[in-house]
Design a protein around this ligand. Structure first.
Ligand SMILES: C[S@@+](CC[C@H](N)C(=O)[O-])C[C@H]1O[C@@H](n2cnc3c(N)ncnc32)[C@H](O)[C@@H]1O
Length: 355
């Protein structure tokens, strides 16, 4: 019941944790053969989160669309990403059954429960406010330690047992940082975990969230455009006038709406070409979202060999597009198409390094 739910109020980048959690829960409910995460379903049922009160409107819009169940491709993407991480972790702990696994920027991720071999030491690290919520919703089980620190704070390295190998994961996290911060971060790992390994995701372009539609196959873009329009309408109607004025000023289209009511935007939008409409929607979402100050999508990496030039102790184990190793024979044609598209467009990659 609603009154039993834990009220979640996060700020800034930490709000983004709701997004993968929601996706994993949704796929687990709808297509458990693709991916199954019982804890994600349990967590979502415990949470009371006010999507429309988000102070990061871009994230809020995405979360709202996801909550309403209209971005199936996005859920699948999140689940596929989690599946890849599970496989990478399982491969490492098969070789090093007593290893320490460190989940950086853990949010409300429950990977431990999916991969545990009964012996590993597990660490979930996130910012203190997030760890507080995590503890409330999912108290630490045996062999799991929560660390309430920034991943940029070198002191967390001393909290890790390094006796039997260290495997670090950072799923949908490192894109929120500056390149200079990442340079220090990777050297910090090499200083503290010689021959430890890290697997992380990275976007190939720092503007990928702005170019949202490019990430999906053309045949899925119409339904996504419709979902975005509907969510944007909700946001538009609840936003203060000065934000609407600023959003209209930011439009790069040759014409502008005649007023700031949603109906003015609709009337104006009807006269635009599809391309102009898409461009206008990006401008509006971007203006609403304050994406630069919200630190979404800042660090991008196309080729992981770049990191080896930052620190010669670091070597590359693997780099591949998101879905490359996921067997797809048993999956539906839609999901296969999405995976193929992702691998070809290369928007999101998984990198595996030894430090
Ligand atoms: C998109 S969420 C991903 C969460 C989780 N990895 C998942 O897949 O469900 C990004 C996470 O990074 C965390 N984060 C952001 N900055 C951080 C920092 N400096 N140190 C540790 N975690 C951070 C956020 O609080 C958030 O939980």
């Amino acid at each position: 019941m609603q009154q039993d739910k834990v009220k979640i109020k996060l700020s800034g980048v930490s709000e983004t944790l709701m997004f993968p959690l929601w996706g994993r829960a949704q796929v687990s409910k709808e297509d458990s053969s693709l991916f199954y995460d019982a804890k994600a379903i349990e967590l979502i049922e415990k949470i009371d989160f006010d999507f429309l009160a988000s102070d990061m409107p871009f994230v809020g819009i995405m979360l709202d669309i996801i909550r309403k169940g209209k971005l199936q491709p996005m859920f699948i993407l999140v689940a596929l990403m989690a599946k890849q991480f599970d496989d990478e972790i399982k491969a490492y702990i098969t070789e090093h059954p007593h290893a320490s696994v460190v989940n950086l920027g853990a949010g409300l991720d429950a990977t431990f429960y999916r991969v545990d071999n009964g012996i590993i030491q597990w660490y979930d690290l996130d910012l203190p406010a997030v760890i507080d919520f995590r503890r409330q919703l999912l108290p630490e089980p045996d062999r799991v330690t929560y660390i309430a620190k920034s991943l940029l704070d070198p002191s967390w390295c001393k909290d890790i047992n390094t006796e039997d190998g260290v495997f670090i994961t950072a799923e949908a996290v490192l894109q929120f940082f500056e390149e200079s911060e990442m340079k220090q971060f990777f050297s910090m790992l090499a200083d503290n975990f010689p021959s430890g390994e890290i697997v992380f995701t990275s976007m190939s372009r720092s503007d990928i969230f702005r170019e949202w539609f490019d990430m999906f196959p053309p045949e899925q873009r119409d339904s996504m455009r419709a979902a975005w329009t509907e969510a944007l309408k909700d946001w538009w109607e609840k936003s203060p006038q000065d934000q609407k004025d600023a959003a209209i000023i930011s439009l790069k289209t040759p014409t502008k709406p005649k007023g700031t009511k949603w109906s003015d935007l609709e009337a104006w939008g009807e006269k635009l070409s599809d391309e102009e409409k898409e461009e206008a929607m990006r401008d509006l979402v971007t203006a609403f979202s304050h994406i630069p100050s919200g630190r979404v999508g800042m660090w991008a990496l196309k080729d992981v060999n770049e990191i080896t030039t930052w620190d010669s102790r670091i070597t590359v184990i693997d780099q591949h597009p998101l879905c490359k190793y996921i067997p797809r024979d048993s999956l539906s044609a839609d999901v296969r198409r999405l995976m193929e598209h992702f691998d070809v467009c290369g928007a999101l990659n998984i990198f595996h390094l030894r430090v």
